[in-house]
Design a protein. Structure first.
Length: 484
């Protein structure tokens, strides 16, 4: 799965500069539409128990339906695909799986010995010990009741005939459980995303724990989709159950296992956090499922939708935790957060071209770009680096760097305490592009790698870039940053 673990740390930078413009014909078409017409084209959320849209042999879904539902954000040529849903095979399959779960009585609660959804043996091995066993189901539900009792008015809905939440749980027991949940979330984060984990350690404790909780939710989603299975039906059932759990947590404050307590706690502490990017990420994961998702991307517009769903969404999830500078709204922050999502995902794709092709049979590079430079899928599968491939890599790297530049200019729109970890993450990940160049643009047989000490050496330069003086006196090689 091309889920960008590093996106969690870096995707929040804010920008306002002009960068690479996605396919011009599409943007011209979309920009000519009145805003009201653009909004009318946006797909509405599909209810959990809704009826899947019907398709016929003469009415098959194409990704173009979702692309045309995107919205060009004010302030730049970046497309916001929030809540875009088309009648795809994946969407239909997800809805059908949900209906089967509802017929069986809905999402069941966790039991003491039951494996945790999305916490498989690979995750446990990576961390080095069993996970989620610090609280029994009864205490988990008591903790959830206590957290719900602290929710702002009208944030959560109340179920019919539900008892009032209370805070009667022993405070030491609650503190022990929630501390363990966050601690293990940090351990999972460190095991799978060491550079990102380093960035989170530069955050205040409250923000750090919240980002860990979000990362673990993303990690579990990825594991649900990628776990080895006999067929896709089991995956769809688990993923549908996972999405229903998310909706129940967001709407009612329901939890199933101890890690849900962290996300519920974040939901209460950051009431402006929305569910939509979490839902959209699930659809991004499905775009990688053979037979249900997108096998190839014809052009950059199609890849842009994928980049939003698996990376841009992480920025939108994390933005309320990082916060914005005084006078900066979250709506203003959306465009640059999505810009960096595109940059990070392009970087992932370029770094892993050979690995994706040989190990997964996947080529994410847009077919239009490959054709422009005379590169074929066969050439990539055979791992042949020639002048055509080198020129293609140069083109894609320039594209990514323009998006990074857009994002870098907006770091000053973040809350001051969040600027250094975001800038550090942005700089460290952007260094991968330089490594690709150092490797002669060979991403078919060589993986670009940035070592730990090199990452640490970046921090002083990142720190300088967060200072106001860097706008007027940029580092050598940096562009001037216009005032926010």
């Amino acid at each position: 799965m091309k889920f960008s673990t590093f996106a969690v740390a870096a995707v929040l930078s804010i920008s306002g500069s002009q960068g690479f413009t996605p396919t011009q014909n599409f943007l011209h078409h979309l920009q000519q539409q009145p805003l009201q017409q653009q909004q009318q084209r946006k797909q509405t959320e599909i209810a959990v128990a809704g009826t899947p849209p019907t398709t016929t042999s003469n009415q098959q879904f194409t990704i173009q339906e979702e692309i045309l539902s995107g919205r060009v954000l004010e302030g730049g040529e970046v497309i916001d695909f929030e809540a875009v849903k088309g009648p795809s095979l994946a969407e239909n399959a997800l809805l059908e799986a949900k209906q089967e779960i509802l017929l069986r009585g809905g999402v069941s609660s966790s039991t003491t010995d039951a494996p945790l959804l999305g916490i498989n043996n690979d995750v446990i091995t990576a961390v080095g010990h069993d996970l989620g066993r610090f609280a029994n189901p009864e205490d988990t539900q008591k903790c959830a009741s206590y957290i719900r009792s602290m929710a702002p008015p009208n944030l959560l809905q109340k179920r019919t005939n539900a008892q009032d939440d209370d805070n009667s749980i022993d405070k030491e027991v609650f503190q022990s459980i929630i501390t363990s949940a966050y601690k293990e979330s940090g351990e999972v984060t460190e095991a799978f995303a060491k550079t990102f984990y380093l960035g989170t350690m530069l955050l205040p404790p409250k923000s750090r724990e919240a980002i860990w909780a979000i990362y673990v939710w993303c990690r579990r989603t990825d594991e649900i989709v990628d776990a080895p299975r006999d067929n896709d039906d089991d995956m769809l059932s688990d993923l549908s159950s996972w999405e229903m759990r998310l909706e129940n947590l967001w709407n009612y404050g329901d939890v199933v296992d101890a890690y849900d307590l962290c996300l519920l706690d974040v939901r209460i502490k950051y009431p402006e956090l929305e569910i939509t990017p979490f839902m959209d990420m699930i659809r991004g994961m499905l775009m990688d499922v053979p037979g249900l998702g997108q096998e190839r991307y014809n052009n950059f517009d199609e890849l842009h939708l994928y980049c939003y769903r698996v990376a841009g969404t992480v920025g939108l999830m994390s933005l309320p935790i990082f916060g914005t500078a005084p006078g900066v709204t979250y709506e203003q922050a959306r465009e640059p957060a999505l810009s960096l999502g595109v940059a990070l995902q392009i970087t992932n794709i370029l770094r892993d071209v050979g690995e994706d092709a040989t190990e997964r049979g996947r080529v994410y590079l847009p077919e239009e770009d490959m054709a422009q430079f005379g590169v074929t899928k066969t050439q990539i599968l055979e791992q042949r680096v020639d002048e055509n491939y080198i020129n293609l890599m140069k083109y894609e790297i320039a594209k990514a760097r323009n998006y990074y530049e857009r994002a870098r200019r907006g770091v000053f729109m973040l809350a001051p305490e969040s600027r250094l970890p975001v800038q550090t993450s942005l700089d460290a990940y952007g260094t991968i592009l330089a490594k690709i160049e150092e490797n002669g643009y060979d991403t078919l047989t060589t993986r670009a790698y940035v070592g730990k000490w090199e990452k640490l050496s970046i921090i002083p330069f990142s720190w300088y870039r967060t200072l106001d003086i860097s706008k007027q006196l940029p580092l050598p090689g940096d562009k001037h940053v216009s005032p926010s």
